[in-house]
Design a protein around this ligand. Structure first.
Ligand SMILES: [Zn+2]
Length: 506
């Protein structure tokens, strides 16, 4: 019923592509993420198949050593130059496979640019005549370079420190066991972590999850030390689960800190050398979701009403509260400052019907809500991460610079002013991730789905789909029937101007 409508921005790029050149590269990548050349080629061929590009040639570079410190030359790179031309798209598995040297990257980029060659890398087509694409690709390449620099540093350090085994030397999180070979995934405990992540991403609450885990007597973390018997999920509660589950360690991300005047400051993020339990994508979605300020409002209190805190007062914008006062004759949602009040059960029903209509009538928009922004959100999460990495890298550079403390502080300030708004914007966008609860509506009878949902899940659906404003109305007989005109409901997502849904609100 619902199709993903994310192809639109690709159509423009894809004009005039006659064929593709695939570029694969063998590298000495230690992170475990490197794919074999055969895998890279298969991956790229799949891309070409999906995009409908005939494969013109496959270029494989076999020299080991992507490090910027290695002196190796790559014959394939030269051949690539000969093959690329107008109407040819370059397809590679990831930017760090293309080149880890910024100089070479810039060279290839300029080359592609001058010939109108487009570059498909990391699941995305970059049109290098577009300054924004060029910028994004630049960031990706800088990250690749940073990774090499950091991996070299890491190797040097572990050579020095005989006791150091890999990068993790801090606290081992729940879900792993220590072995002579380093941290290993503990299957039983890791399953608990995975279940928690999956269900949190599906909109379940931290508190109820911790409670349920306790009831099921699942293994639980015991603070600081790992013992056979945990301290119990009841004791850990929602807050404990939150701080545990947000650890980047689960995604195999090693975060390095330094002390700065007693304050712990994040220095960098690198790929850890232990097995991840969840993907980095899941990690960043979780961070975005659990840091959502809207979430805090419901934290710790049991919400049993569909719209409390979700529908807002038309006068002051505050979230409405549910109340059941005798003088009201029936339950009401009311503004905390008493600007507006509205019959609660009737408003609940009206919103439910609106949701059903929404999923029944406006298939296209519903599709966007269910799936559409996922790619954008993922991309935004990537962008945020890339920008943060760039920020970190520049901080590292800066720490080496021979300048006065005041100058350094000013430079940091300047960097922050430049990058932070971009990072925050990307992180905000990453928060707009479509929710698995919404995906239940895909292809199913909306009313049946709605009936099957818990109150928390229904709240998630309403929050993701609609904006509800309770308008102030002239004083009326409190026994009077509920008037739909007294509420303004709009969709949360951007709506095409031609949409029926949009007109309906006018
Ligand atoms: Zn108000």
């Amino acid at each position: 019923m619902v199709t993903r409508a994310n192809a639109t921005n690709r159509v423009w790029h894809m004009t005039n592509i006659e064929g593709a050149v695939i570029y694969c590269r063998v590298s000495s990548d230690q992170s475990g993420r490197a794919q074999s050349v055969a895998q890279q080629e298969a991956d790229c061929r799949r891309t070409c198949e999906v995009e409908g590009w005939p494969v013109i040639d496959v270029v494989v570079d076999n020299d080991i050593g992507a490090s910027r410190y290695s002196q190796g030359t790559r014959p394939g790179f030269l051949r690539l130059r000969a093959l690329l031309g107008r109407g040819v798209v370059l397809v590679s598995w990831e930017s760090s496979r293309i080149t880890r040297k910024l100089g070479e990257f810039a060279e290839l980029r300029d080359f592609c640019e001058s010939l109108g060659v487009q570059w498909f890398v990391g699941g995305r087509l970059y049109d290098l005549s577009d300054p924004q694409d060029s910028y994004m690709l630049g960031i990706a390449a800088q990250n690749a370079e940073l990774e090499v620099a950091l991996s070299r540093k890491r190797i040097m350090r572990s050579k020095d420190a005989s006791a150091a085994r890999g990068v993790h030397n801090g606290w081992m999180p729940f879900g792993y066991v220590k072995t002579p070979d380093g941290w290993q995934v503990d299957p039983e405990r890791a399953a608990v972590v995975r279940e928690a992540v999956r269900r949190l991403l599906a909109g379940e609450s931290l508190r109820s999850l911790a409670k349920e885990f306790g009831e099921r007597k699942l293994p639980a973390p015991s603070r600081g030390t790992e013992t056979a018997s945990g301290s119990g999920w009841e004791k850990i509660g929602g807050k404990g689960l939150r701080s545990m589950i947000l650890s980047p360690t689960y995604a195999g991300i090693h975060v390095r800190h330094r002390r700065d005047n007693g304050v712990r400051v994040e220095v960098s993020r690198v790929q850890g050398n232990w097995e991840p339990i969840i993907t980095s994508d899941e990690h960043y979605r979780l961070v975005a979701m659990l840091n959502d300020p809207a979430r805090k409002r419901t934290w710790g209190s049991q919400i049993t009403h569909l719209l409390s805190g979700i529908a807002v007062c038309g006068v002051c914008g505050k979230g409405v509260k549910h109340s059941n006062m005798k003088s009201d004759f029936r339950p009401r949602y009311r503004c905390p400052d008493s600007h507006v009040k509205r019959a609660a059960n009737e408003l609940d029903d009206y919103v439910r019907d609106t949701i059903i209509d929404f999923f029944t009538e406006d298939v296209l928009l519903a599709g966007q809500v269910i799936y559409g922004d996922d790619d954008a959100a993922r991309e935004a999460a990537e962008t945020a991460r890339a920008l943060r990495q760039r920020f970190d890298a520049e901080i590292i550079e800066l720490s080496k610079a021979k300048v006065s403390a005041t100058t350094r502080a000013r430079m940091v300030e300047q960097m922050e002013a430049e990058l932070m708004p971009k990072i925050e914007e990307a992180e905000e966008k990453a928060r707009q991730v479509s929710n698995p609860v919404l995906q239940k509506f895909d292809g199913n009878d909306p009313l049946e789905v709605w009936k099957s949902l818990t109150i928390l899940e229904r709240r998630t659906v309403v929050r993701e789909c609609l904006r509800i404003v309770v308008l102030r109305v002239e004083k009326r007989n409190p026994r009077r029937a509920f008037d739909p005109e007294s509420v303004r409901i709009t969709t949360r997502k951007e709506v095409p101007i031609s949409s029926r849904w949009w007109n309906r609100d006018e």
